[in-house]
Design a protein around this ligand. Structure first.
Ligand code: SF4
Length: 337
């Protein structure tokens, strides 16, 4: 399936890229990282951009340096170190997982992928990332970057990886290095719109040689095929969506949940009705709101999200205020994930 010389070329160039342009400065790329430290970084990265996670990660590990200290934390103790990352279900899963690792596995994350996947909030990708980054075990961490780079280079399209298991046997590079390098490569060169002209893989890249035809065909096939077969797309449970509340005054100024940059108020699914949102602001901030129906629905990092506008009717808001422009910048950023 994969020619030996292509595999060798790919690995040589990717290793070279890693040496010259890898993001080794990231705190979760340090040598001798523990499974716990990888897990914390992966959970945070599931929901937030790298730069932002860097702010939280070091502070979080300073307060909870190992899984034992996290397992003893209450939600109230945990929240100040997590608040602002959103997706509170995942935050709650972090606490549940920490407790389970301490009680069931004596404080050691299991070394077996199947066992890791039984822990709350850990799926196949996170399990592979933990095992490869902490122990250099033989697992490819199939995130969107790996799918895109490997799929395009060897097969001509980012959607063309079907059987992931086969690829575990193909590569010889240390998994820790390979996974990290492909993540960096996929987020700097082989982007959704790839920068092929600057890419050292292009001479042997199927996508480049075929001018991306398979990827385009694949997209067309997927949409038309589904329509033809009348296949249902995955049902989205909007009742479980998180809500991004854009609290504003006549769309001139916007209140932010954070001090230094604009961020909407992110409310977990327990409060995702208009009445729930009002209750949340009344209880948490002593404010009475008027809340509009959701003006947008979106899937962000595989999670359903509702966008809601609201204004303050009664009460004194003690929030930072930003102009409309900051909100537009935020929306471009968040909608392009
Ligand atoms: S040539 Fe283009 S598509 Fe191929 S790996 Fe490089 S950036 Fe990606």
């Amino acid at each position: 399936m994969v020619q030996k010389k292509n595999r060798a070329f790919f690995e040589e160039k990717i290793a070279d890229f890693s040496e010259k342009a890898g993001r080794e400065y990231l705190p979760w790329r340090k040598q001798n990282i523990t499974a716990y430290e990888v897990w914390v970084s992966e959970i945070m990265l599931q929901q937030t951009q790298v730069n932002r996670v860097m702010e939280y990660y070091t502070r979080f590990l300073k307060r909870f340096p190992e899984v034992e200290s996290l397992s003893e934390a209450t939600w109230e103790e945990f929240l100040p170190y997590y608040e602002g990352l959103g997706y509170y279900t995942r935050g709650r899963n972090m606490l549940r997982t920490a407790k389970e690792v301490v009680m069931k596995y004596q404080g050691q994350f299991p070394r077996e992928k199947k066992l890791l996947e039984t822990l709350p909030g850990i799926g196949p990708y996170t399990a592979s990332a933990i095992l490869s980054f902490a122990y250099n075990d033989n697992h490819l961490a199939w995130d969107t970057n790996l799918r895109r780079v490997i799929g395009r280079f060897f097969l001509g399209g980012k959607h063309l990886i079907v059987d992931e298991g086969i690829w575990e046997e193909v590569f010889q590079m240390q998994r820790k290095v390979l996974n990290g390098a492909l993540m960096d490569f996929g987020s700097s060169l082989c982007l959704a719109r790839p920068k092929c002209e600057a890419c050292m893989l292009r001479n042997k890249c199927v996508y480049y040689v075929e001018k991306g035809e398979k990827e385009r065909q694949d997209k067309r096939y997927k949409i038309s095929d589904k329509k033809e077969k009348g296949e249902k797309t995955k049902k989205i449970d909007w009742k479980k969506a998180e809500v991004y509340v854009f609290l504003h005054e006549k769309h001139q100024k916007y209140y932010s949940s954070q001090k230094k940059s604009f961020r909407p108020f992110i409310i977990s699914s327990g409060y995702n009705t208009r009445a729930g949102i009002k209750k949340y602001f009344r209880e948490k901030y002593n404010l009475t709101l008027s809340v509009r129906p959701p003006h947008k629905k979106n899937i962000i990092l595989d999670e359903p999200v509702l966008f809601v506008n609201a204004q303050i009717l009664l009460g004194e808001p003690h929030f930072s205020v930003f102009p409309k422009k900051a909100v537009e910048v935020y929306n471009v950023h968040i909608l392009n994930i």
